[in-house]
Write a protein that binds this ligand. Sequence first.
Ligand code: DGL
Length: 281
Amino acid sequence: MNPTDSQTTPRGPIGVFDSGFGGLSVLREIRRLLPQYDYLFLGDNARAPYGTRSFELVYQFTLQAVRHLFEQGCQLVILACNTASAKALRTIQQRDLPQIDPTRRVLGVIRPTAEIVGELTHSGHVGVFATPGTIQSQSYILEIRKLFPNIHVYGQACPLWVPLVENRESDGPGADYFVRKYTNALLEQSPRIDTVILGCTHYPLLLPKIRQAMPEGIQIIPQGEIVANSLADYLKRHPEMEARCTKTGTCRYLTTEEPEKFDALAHIFVNEPVASTKIVL
Ligand code: DGL
């Protein structure tokens, strides 16, 4: 890169977007692996959950969030939300990005998760827990089958898991009931499932209860680390984008809800104090 490039190349933090808090579980793993970059997290908490909303609304909300992160200088945005990845990513990548700015990038969480499924399962039978929206979109089935045509995928919608997490009930007895309800429903679909993907970024907070409710020997896979590894790999393969990500190790948080509300729950996901700023999308 010559000196002129370094003056004109736009640079900014890596944007991380979720409908609410769940994406923080991905952000935590990304920052653990790649602490040198700057991050700007945006949670659309005022309009969460997305999991039961229509395609059109999830697309519109996600596009607004991506535009906002671009306006804040982000050159690369990760949709750390399965529902947004399932319902909005493709249209944003194919239709909107070429018009907004063809040099910026938006990446999702479903493809990187699908890519490693082949390494994980021995039986070739994989379960996916996700929001109703992600399950209806069939995104996991389509992505996994594209890469591993012989793997059978069983989806289980868990509409009450996100509200349990958002309402800080993930350790309570209500969570036991609803975790068993959906784990049993998944296992009834096939006795051969040996690997289960947590296809919603909120679900790692229910991991202890999900583990308890599943038979030993079934591996339960949260996405944070997978997405972090995939981002590290992406930045290695795309030095031009890597050069556009600023590196002072900071992390800022934006929310569409009241900051006090966001900060009170966000710190549970990231294990450190959070001081967010309210924005309007
Ligand atoms: N975090 C979102 C996901 O990964 C789910 C939360 C929601 O329904 O908004 O799908």
